[in-house]
Design a protein around this ligand. Structure first.
Ligand SMILES: Nc1ncnc2c1ncn2[C@@H]1O[C@H](COP(=O)(O)OP(=O)(O)OP(=O)(O)O)[C@@H](O)[C@H]1O
Length: 594
């Protein structure tokens, strides 16, 4: 998909795709048994309530003229028993279907989330994160009504309709025909609005997604917003998006509102006809209808249109749900582009040789970022990447972890192409510290242990000591058990870096990747850190990206990356001797510091 942003609608499916409902049925099927018992209970209840008008007809036509009080009381008690049974059945239905509905929602949400965990970086590069969240939370929630009530109601209502028509036919076939004449009219209404209604709900889901994307972006960027005093502009954008969402929702709901009144209208017209005809037949000299039958029949008319009304409601929620299901299944179906190859094997214990062989890479087709990268780092060596912003340094190290697939060429670790090993076995042998040192909500201990869930407290503390994080952590109110917020907003940028540094080390990796690991750390701490680091780097192959050249002066090899290629390579001294780009960079930093 092309890159998307908060004010760009996503592409809408044109045709109604029945396969989405089939997939939904897959989630529903484990609860088939329970649903059948609910349906059975509901049907038995409605079959019993269906007899009530017949009781009334008998009271009117037989027991009242006969003044048979005993039978009248008996029939009344029977009616009470039927009503109680219906109430119990209804309670059972609501309880069971709520549990089933929520279980299905939980299963769908789990599937999306599990899939999201596997999707490669490229998926997240391409769309606002708010648009992903809205699928996992809001869209899935919106299926609740359909799953909790819709399915069972539809089956029971359809069966009810069938029973009602039979009872109506038993009462009077002519009046039944008049009543059924309303159905083709309703079908015409549905055909007329169906397409527009579906599109309106799709547009509504798009606008909701856009709004969510903007809210998520605004919250993430709140510091920048307030620093640049952009609150008013942001409110304006929000108002526009929220207004668009409101308009789209109003338009969509308008179609839903069309259904109920249409059913009521058709029901009113047919009922009037039935009264006119029925009374005519009662009053005719050779009466072909009794008052009792007409009263019983009119009671059935109400029951005939009630399920049709609910079915119309179900149809509305079905169209709404489909517009969400499209998005939900689209996410679940999103191909995992970076995945284990067929026959992938476990990466043997890594010794640490990393070799790039003619590696080419592009994030977007036709826009090459890395062009023919070649180098071999021997086990235990430290390789450093320097070069201008946007040259491709982070991209190179991202490829070592196989966060993206290469376009061509090979990345070999100890002679094994990383494309042929399982991603899990590859990444568990690496320690990665990214530019964006993300801190999760929880304790500092949890955050460092993220690098190795098995690590003991002592190991965590040792890692923190190595990267000089121990002192500041110990000074915090609860030391290692101090709670930090998501993104570590209670910590300084340097402290966040040190914590992620410790996290990367805790995995005791054979290959260590440090992307701008020390950019926010003060020079004094950096000097201390360097000592610990030198010890730590022993026996590990490490790749370090640093703009501050003091950090990488001792590297075994420095690669100067520019425009996706390696322009210069060698040790610090060799590169200085070459008097090329590295030399210029070094001199400029030196001049700057002098
Ligand atoms: N997810 C992405 N999608 C598309 N292009 C990207 C993506 N990430 C980076 N790029 C582009 O790839 C090029 C290399 O980016 P990279 O992050 O590797 O540079 P860098 O050398 O690490 O830069 P810096 O020193 O600023 O961190 C840049 O032109 C950048 O715009």
């Amino acid at each position: 998909m092309a890159r998307n942003r908060y004010d760009m609608d996503e592409v809408l499916e044109d045709s109604f795709d029945i396969s989405q409902l089939k997939r939904l049925a897959g989630y529903v099927s484990p609860y088939k048994g329970k649903m059948v018992s609910v349906i059975f209970l509901m049907l038995s209840a409605s079959a019993l309530t269906m007899t009530v008008p017949i009781f009334f007809q008998r009271i009117m036509d037989i027991y009242i003229p006969q003044k048979d009080m005993r039978k009248i009381i008996m029939v009344s008690l029977l009616t009470l028993a039927v009503a109680s049974y219906s109430a119990i059945a209804m309670r059972f239905k609501i309880k069971t279907m709520s549990v089933i509905g929520q279980s299905i929602i939980h299963a769908i949400r789990t599937d999306i989330f599990n899939h999201l965990q596997e999707l490669p970086f490229s998926y997240y590069d391409d769309r606002p994160h708010g648009k992903i969240q809205v699928r996992v939370v809001n869209y899935v929630n919106s299926l609740s009504d359909l799953l909790s009530n819709g399915i069972v109601n539809t089956v029971t209502d359809l069966c009810n309709l069938f029973f009602i028509i039979i009872f109506m036919l038993i009462c009077d076939a002519r009046l039944t025909l008049v009543c059924l004449c309303g159905l083709p009219v309703l079908a015409l209404v549905i055909i007329f609005i169906k397409k527009k209604q579906r599109r309106a709900w799709q547009i509504q889901s798009n606008k909701q997604s856009n709004l969510n994307a903007y809210i998520a972006e605004s919250i993430n960027g709140i510091r920048v917003t307030q620093s640049f005093v952009r609150e008013n502009e942001n409110n304006q954008i929000f108002n526009n998006l929220s207004g668009n969402y409101r308009k789209a929702w109003m338009k969509a709901i308008k179609f839903n509102f069309t259904m109920g009144p249409s059913v009521d209208m058709i029901s009113a017209v047919t009922t009037s006809f039935i009264y006119v005809l029925g009374i005519g037949w009662i009053l005719a000299p050779n009466a072909t209808l009794t008052v009792g039958v007409l009263i019983a029949f009119t009671a059935y008319i109400g029951r005939f249109w009630a399920p049709i009304n609910t079915l119309a409601g179900f149809y509305n929620s079905l169209l709404t749900a489909i517009s969400y299901l499209e998005r939900i299944f689209e996410t679940i179906d999103e191909p995992v582009l970076v995945k284990d190859a067929e026959g992938a094997f476990e990466m043997p214990t890594v010794k640490g040789e990393v070799c790039f062989k003619n590696v080419c890479f592009s994030y977007e087709e036709g826009h090459r970022i890395l062009d023919n990268i070649n180098f071999t780092a021997k086990p235990g060596q430290t390789y450093a990447f320097v070069g201008p912003t946007g040259a491709g340094k982070s991209t190179i190290v991202n490829l070592i972890c196989r966060f993206y697939n290469v376009d061509s060429g090979q990345i070999l670790i100890d002679g094994t192409d990383i494309a042929n090993v399982t991603i899990h076995s590859l990444r568990t042998q690496m320690g990665i510290m990214m530019q964006d040192s993300f801190i999760f909500s929880g304790t500092i201990m949890d955050n460092i242990r993220y690098g190795n869930r098995e690590a003991t407290d002592d190991q965590v503390i040792r890692a923190a000591k190595t990267v000089c994080a121990h002192d500041f952590i110990s000074q915090m109110e609860n030391g290692y058990y101090t709670e930090v917020n998501e993104r570590g907003s209670r910590l300084s940028a340097g402290q966040r870096q040190l914590i992620s540094f410790a996290r990367a080390l805790l995995a005791d990796p054979k290959i260590l990747i440090l992307d701008e690991a020390t950019s926010s750390i003060d020079t004094e701490t950096e000097i201390l850190l360097q000592k610990g680091l030198n010890e730590l780097l022993k026996g590990r192959t490490s790749f370090i990206i640093a703009h501050r050249l003091s950090t990488i002066k001792n590297a075994d090899c420095i690669l100067y990356v520019d425009k996706g290629g390696i322009l210069e390579r060698g040790t610090h001294e060799e590169l200085l001797e070459q008097k090329g780009a590295y030399y210029d960079l070094y001199i400029s930093q030196y001049d700057f510091l002098a």
